[in-house]
Design a protein around this ligand. Structure first.
Ligand SMILES: Nc1ncnc2c1ncn2[C@@H]1O[C@H](COP(=O)(O)OP(=O)(O)OP(=O)(O)O)[C@@H](O)[C@H]1O
Ligand SMILES: [Mg+2]
Length: 262
């Protein structure tokens, strides 16, 4: 997928977003965009503000100023439980599955806002019986099959190896058939072989979906992204193709600074 900066009509963008938490400026005028049909990376050292960007897009954190645009319009008031019905879904850093629900029930929750009002307490009131929910169950099983975890449908998350839990979490994000998928460190804690499969999987979604990928594994990021934004201390310090970003002196300095601090 080709793009030029500045982007003309990204499917998702943050416009000059500032976030202050506990009196600290966490994001300072962050403007990034995801061109439609691309895998776009958002990278940067620990604490740069990547997850906070996802939290703003998904309505968990209210920006002090700035806005979010999606699919040609400004999103005014973002409510986390309505995100999937807009066409956006996300995975959490880690896995974030409900430990007392089966893998299948967890995946079904990802599509529940289309079925009911999306309140988790309602969604947890199993068993679900009506036709819509039967369809959701079928769709959830189909997505789990696509990700190779259908045989684990009736297991609890705690019984599953970590890479399988990550796949279940991915299935939960995919079941609503999002236009844009926000992935927060999908490769965290998985093996090199699983990472190669993950790279293929992510590329298989475009151009049908657009992906914003936060990830520390540079090989994965450089291998799958069409465009990469780099954050450091709450500001965008670089953007461009993987080749541009890999050799950018500001990016190298930011990562070296992190190693020095470790
Ligand atoms: N609720 C909060 N109150 C105060 N500071 C916070 C809060 N949440 C996050 N921060 C701080 O905001 C900064 C950005 O955090 P964020 O989680 O967005 O970083 P990140 O780029 O996702 O890092 P990592 O790569 O480690 O996941 C960090 O310094 C973090 O400590
Ligand atoms: Mg993070």
């Amino acid at each position: 997928m080709r793009y030029t900066l500045p982007l003309t009509d990204p499917i998702l963008s943050t416009v000059d977003v500032c976030v202050t938490l506990s009196g600290l400026r966490i994001l300072d005028g962050v403007s990034i965009g995801v061109p439609e049909g691309t895998v776009t990376g958002l990278i940067g050292p620990n604490g740069a503000g990547k997850t906070t960007v996802f939290n703003v897009i998904s309505g968990f954190v209210k920006p002090a100023s700035g806005s979010i645009r999606f699919d040609g319009r400004r999103l005014k008031r973002i409510e986390p439980h309505r995100l999937t019905s807009l066409g956006i879904s996300r995975t959490l850093q880690g896995v974030g599955l409900f430990p007392s629900l089966t893998a299948l029930e967890n995946v079904m929750l990802g599509g529940s806002s289309k079925v009911r009002s999306g309140i988790i307490a309602q969604a947890l009131a199993m068993p679900w019986t009506d036709t819509e929910q039967d369809h959701l169950r079928e769709r959830s099983i189909a997505v789990m099959t696509e990700l190779g975890v259908e045989t684990d449908a009736e297991r609890l998350p705690g019984e599953l190896p970590y890479p399988i839990q990550k796949r279940v979490a991915l299935a939960r994000a995919l079941v609503s058939d999002p236009k844009v998928l926000l992935l927060d460190e999908p490769a965290g804690g998985i093996s090199a072989g699983d990472m190669a499969d993950l790279a293929k999987l992510i590329r298989s979604w475009v151009p049908h979906r657009s992906v914003l990928l936060v990830e520390h594994h540079m090989e994965l990021v450089m291998g799958v992204c069409d465009l990469i934004w780099v954050l450091d201390a709450g500001k965008v310090i670089a953007a461009g193709s993987p080749e541009d970003v890999r050799t950018d002196p500001a990016v190298l300095a930011a990562y070296l600074g992190q190693e020095g601090a470790a």
